[in-house]
Design a protein around this ligand. Structure first.
Ligand SMILES: Nc1ncnc2c1ncn2[C@@H]1O[C@H](COP(=O)(O)OP(=O)(O)OP(=O)(O)O)[C@@H](O)[C@H]1O
Length: 699
């Protein structure tokens, strides 16, 4: 390959013939050299001997395909149908049979290791695959998400290749490869050899819980050769759809964590649940339609066109206009009620004009007059209120809200909805803010009135595919909106119901998401159980924490058989001394990426300063606006969601940091202790958290 690249480059300087031919030849050579250059360091990772049509041949499998013109050195794409044979336990496919599957570990042009995954002589495929995997998992973290192309496991492969237009919901414990799987799924769906047709990555949307994770995960995209994917947080996506540039608050969470008053907390919880109910879309639509209908009652639509010096007038009275409104209201959200109303009015007006004898030749002139008059009517009757104003007005006017909600929500939900906001007394940002509970409602109003979706030259269009990471934290209402924002059934959701930290405003069970996304009764939740990130010692401890709040829906994690050092608990000395000692220990053990995880972002700076005084230099990531690029960092637990480190050091591994009776806190503790790949240090202030203490069996 190197020789060929050199040949091509030599040729670039001097290509004979006339100038046009030379130009085309040069482009060809450049393209070939470029195609080859990505292969040089590691051209393939797998080889297979297959027998098909009476012929035995050897084929290679790589990250990028390469088709040698002479046909001697062909590398097939990992996403191709033949690629799938490599990842699964299957040895037969419709065209023939596999005789050998061999893993070739190549690093920087050197063959490091050869492992036969399957040979007819009887290698145990399962254990050989495991050996390769364990080898890979023992390697260090990279500070960004890794591509797992060469070691995709059979259970992951099946999900990556799930049909693109069928909704897919994946439940998996921390470290089971959910985020990796989502990004590899985009690469698979974008593969141009797919029978269903490749999707354009620029038309896909990936939602991740925070901006730090978005940056971390985005780094795997170039390796997978996908470009233009929009990776954002749900809040940022909603704000962008609404063209809002304000701070997003979560007052309910502040209240739930900040008050001891049970009754207040109960009311805040129930109100938040009601606002996130999927049927709120119907409530809002009913409210808007009712108001529009009331205004239309006293309106009249009239439009006149002059054809051949003769004037023709059509008109519709209030009841006829309301009928049109009722007819279009239940339609798709994408285009919006306002535009659909104008379109229908124009259609209807034209029909009436035709009935009066207006000929086809006058259509264009008539249409633009009708559009003008329809827009004028709409301006009068449907006062354009921004989604923010609309939602806030509705939430302030219990009478109107109750009238819209009756018959749609249960009495209990209506009551919860009408509860004045228990968190209203909390201060808001001076520059203006919206609350995270309001955002999906505002987006719903926008969808109902103006439409929403991916922006394109011809208006809003559905996304080719939407992928959601940490999907347990989204509300049923948002799922309902997302299912309309994507092509039918083209949505993939991954998450861990045990890592859900926003129960008050999110789904409680996966079925609540599935109900909104399902296109057939066969669509079910898929479960992952194996976890790849951490050693057995770390997974054992994390499972202990998870058991305190585990849902039946989530299977307990099973660690791959990889051992590491025991989890260390540091007791003596000041918190900063112990944290500094742990970081130094980690670095000495060869761990380059070390996460010092504490409960609150507001303490991160002080801790980093204290570490600095002890000659330990750490970057602080205390807000979503900072980028994690590897090395030693101090971070609050909530921002570490989805990230991983070689070693994690949990500072404040105690009940005063994570109160045991608040599920939000114990779930956050679970997130914190599941971030380390190879080692974990616990640094409690006082006694170790009860959930982290060694369990005494049979006591
Ligand atoms: N097939 C695989 N081969 C090699 N490494 C893998 C494989 N699957 C997952 N991993 C590794 O396991 C780790 C966890 O993966 P990932 O972050 O995708 O899991 P997750 O389920 O999203 O975790 P969390 O819920 O904690 O965010 C990563 O280091 C990833 O590279």
């Amino acid at each position: 390959m190197v020789r060929r690249i050199l040949e091509l480059e030599d040729g670039l300087a001097d290509v004979g013939a006339d100038e046009d031919t030379a130009f085309v030849q040069r482009l060809d050579n450049e393209a070939e050299a470029q195609q080859l250059s990505v292969h040089v360091d590691a051209p393939y990772f797998g080889a297979m001997v297959v027998r098909a049509g009476g012929k035995t041949s050897k084929l290679y499998l790589g990250r990028y395909p390469y088709y040698d013109k002479a046909g001697r050195y062909t590398v097939s794409d990992w996403r191709s149908p033949v690629g799938q044979l490599f990842y699964t336990q299957d040895t037969r496919w419709k065209k023939g049979e596999v005789h050998l599957k061999r893993q070739l570990d190549i690093k920087k042009r050197e063959l490091v290791r050869v492992t036969d995954l399957y040979a007819r002589e009887g290698v145990n495929e399962v254990s050989a695959r495991e050996d390769v995997l364990l080898q890979r998992l023992g390697e260090g973290a990279t500070g960004g998400m890794r591509d797992i192309v060469s070691t995709i496991q059979p259970e992951q492969d099946a999900l990556i290749r799930h049909p693109g237009h069928r909704p897919l919901v994946i439940q998996g414990p921390a470290g089971s490869g959910k985020t990796s799987l989502l990004f590899h799924r985009i690469a698979f769906l974008a593969f141009d050899g797919r029978q269903e047709g490749a999707l354009d990555p620029r038309n896909t949307l990936v939602l991740v819980p925070n901006r730090v994770l978005a940056g971390y995960a985005r780094r795997v995209l170039p390796d997978l050769r996908i470009e233009g994917v929009q990776v954002v947080t749900p809040e940022d996506w909603m704000a962008e759809q609404l063209r809002l540039n304000v701070e997003v608050t979560d007052k309910t969470l502040t209240l739930l964590l900040g008050t001891a008053e049970r009754e207040l907390k109960r009311r805040a919880w129930l109100r938040a649940k009601a606002l996130g109910d999927a049927r709120m879309l119907d409530v809002l639509r009913a409210g808007i339609v009712r108001r529009y209908r009331e205004s239309l009652g006293s309106e009249r639509f009239e439009s006149s066109v002059t054809v051949n010096f003769e004037e023709y007038t059509v008109g519709l009275d209030g009841p006829a206009l309301s009928e049109i409104l009722d007819d279009i209201a239940p339609r798709s959200l994408l285009s919006g009620l306002r535009e659909a109303f104008v379109r229908r009015l124009v259609e209807r007006g034209w029909q009436d004009l035709e009935a009066l004898g207006v000929s086809d030749g006058a259509y264009r002139a008539a249409k633009s007059q009708l559009e003008y008059d329809a827009a004028k009517l709409m301006g009068r009757a449907f006062r354009a209120a921004s989604p923010i104003t609309e939602v806030r007005r509705l939430l302030r006017e219990p009478g109107e809200l109750a009238a819209a909600a009756r018959g749609i929500l249960s009495e209990a939900r209506v009551k919860a909805l009408l509860t004045p906001d228990p968190a209203a007394y909390l201060p808001s940002a001076r520059t203006g803010s919206v609350d995270t509970l309001e955002l999906p409602l505002m987006l719903a109003v926008k969808a109902i009135t103006e439409g929403f979706g991916r922006k394109s030259a011809s208006g809003a269009r559905p996304y080719d595919h939407i992928l959601v990471d940490e999907g347990q934290d989204l509300s049923p209402l948002l799922y309902r909106l997302l299912s309309d924002a994507a092509q039918a059934g083209s949505i993939t959701v991954a998450g861990d119901i045990n890592q859900g930290i926003h129960g008050y405003r999110a789904i409680s069970f996966w079925t609540e998401a599935l109900e909104q996304l399902r296109t057939s009764p066969d669509d079910q939740v898929h479960h992952l159980q194996r976890t790849y990130r951490s050693t057995r010692q770390i997974v054992g401890l994390a499972s202990q924490v998870a058991r305190s709040f585990a849902r039946d829906e989530a299977l307990e994690a099973v660690a791959v058989p990889r051992d590491g050092q025991q989890v260390s608990v540091l007791i003596r000395g000041s918190g900063a001394d112990r944290a500094a000692a742990a970081v130094q220990d980690a670095l000495k053990s060869g761990f380059a990426n070390v996460g010092v995880i504490l409960r609150h972002g507001r303490h991160a700076e002080a801790l980093a300063r204290a570490l600095g005084e002890r000659d330990v230099h750490a970057q602080v990531i205390d807000t979503q606006h900072k980028v994690y690029g590897g090395g030693v960092v101090v971070m609050p637990a909530n921002l570490t969601k989805g990230l991983e480190f070689d070693a994690a050091i949990v500072v404040g591994a105690d009940e005063s940091s994570y109160p045991g009776d608040v599920e939000y806190e114990t779930r956050l503790l679970y997130v914190a202790v599941t971030r380390g790949m190879h080692a974990l240090w616990l640094i409690p202030d006082g006694e170790l958290h009860p959930l982290l203490r060694p369990q005494v069996v049979g006591a």
